[in-house]
Every structure is written in C-alpha cells, then in structure tokens.
Design a protein around this ligand. Sequence first.
Ligand SMILES: [Zn+2]
Length: 293
Amino acid sequence: MPAVALMLLAAALTTAPAWALYRGPLFDAHLHYNVEAWDGQAGPHPPADVVERMRRNGVRAIIANSRPNAGTLALAGSPLAREAGVQVVPFVRLYRDRADYDNWFRDESIYRMVLDLLERGTPAGPYRGIGEFHLYDSANARQPVARKLMALAEARQLAVLAHVDDAAVDLLMAAAPSGGARLRLIWAHSGIGGASPARVDQLLARYPLLMGELSYRPGLTCDEGRLCPQWRALLLKYPGRFMLGSDTWINARWDQYDALMTGYRTWLADLPVDVAQKLAWGNGAALFGLRAP
Ligand SMILES: [Zn+2]
C-alpha cells in the first residue's frame, strides 16, 4: 500500500470523521449542586433531574461540590445516582454562603469546617478533595488559611479544585510543604483569564501533579466548536493532564448541560481516540481510582 494511503488509513482509524461525536463515557470534573438548583425542598433541579441529565449525556462520574455542602451529600447519597451508574467523587466546598468567596483564605472557622466535614465523610465514601474555591487576588494565596489548606490537602492526598490565575497556581504550589511537587491541584478552567497556552505548558511542566480542567477556557475552540490549533497541540502534548467539566455554578448551566457535553464530544472527536478517552474519562478515573463504567 502506498505511504499516503497508509497515512490516510491510520488517520481514519485514530481520528473520528468530522461529523461524528465522541461516544465514550465522560467524567464531569467540575460540577456544583448549589442551593439554587435544589434546596432540599423544591427547586428546579432535584436529584432526579440532574442525574437524568448526567445519564442521558453518558456522564458516569462527577466531582461533586456545592454551596452549602448539603447538595454534595444529597448526590453522594442518592440511590438515583447509583442506579444511573454515576460515581460521585465528593469535594468539600469552602463556602457556606456567598460571603465566604472573599474570605475563606483568612477565616479559621472555614478551616475547622473542612476538618469537621472530612471527619464525617459522605455516603459515597470519604471526601477526595477541597474546592472549588476562588482567588480574585492571587496574593491571597499567601494568607494563613489558604496555606494551611494546601498543607492539609497535600498531607491527606486530597485534590484541590482552584479557580485562580496562573500567578496563583505558583503561589498555591509554593504554599504546600513540598513546594508543589506533591500537591494535586486541579486548575479550574486552566486559566479563565486567558493565560497563554505557552504559560499553561510551562506550569504543567513545572508541577507534575497539576491537572487542567477545561470549562470556560478562552481560546480552546474555534470554528464550529473544533479545537483551536494551539490548544489541540497542548492537549496532544499533555494527554494525561486535562479533564472536562460542566461548571454548573448557576442554574442556567444545568439548562445547558446537554449542549455543554455535546460541545465536548464535538471536539473530542477531533483527537486520536486514545487521547480523547483520557480527557473524557481516563485521567479523572486514574486520579480517583474509579471503577470502569
Ligand atoms: Zn465552578
């Protein structure tokens, strides 16, 4: 067979045609089940609703966290999630209410709340991480409670889901006793402010356990929801370091859940199947030791 034909055949085997969607299971690595979605009484998105959205989109595992923490417990204990084959990876969120967004890094009562919740665990087993938390001013990564939480995460091998800029990734890593070598930091949005792919590359190279989550990432997709060339190159360079997420921070994101997952499946189909499988499922499953779906 001529070399060109071989190359075409190889491309056909490893890359889905442009009109196909990636069909494998998904791990939603950035999911909130906040009080607005469901307050335990009513609300537009009770567990049956959100679990059905996961089921019909092939989402077979989630990082669950919520403001306040009750939403996470509701999903972790939901027989509906179990029946739908959705594995729940619970994280402790640092927020009891919106006032905590701007204060968690210096509020000792939040540190005590985290210790207490870790002690209690969830119906789906122990908490596996801390977050999502935000730093709107990266310098607050140096505040005492932020430093204590990074040390705690490292000591207990908890992942940390951080919505921060690239400077704060360095500062949070520096706050961990290992200097970042052993901190399992998941960078929510991989730089929502648009840190350049070269800068993301630099951070991934510097910190071996740093993972990037891709919701809201500016510059990720270009025409027709396909990957932009620079980001495609970065995902191919670090196939083991990225994950997908819905970021259901407001109820509108639950309404968009189908479209968000279809969006991921659209560009996942542009990647070699083994890379797509890692981003869609394998990286998160390996991080938390999940069962095959
Ligand atoms: Zn979020």
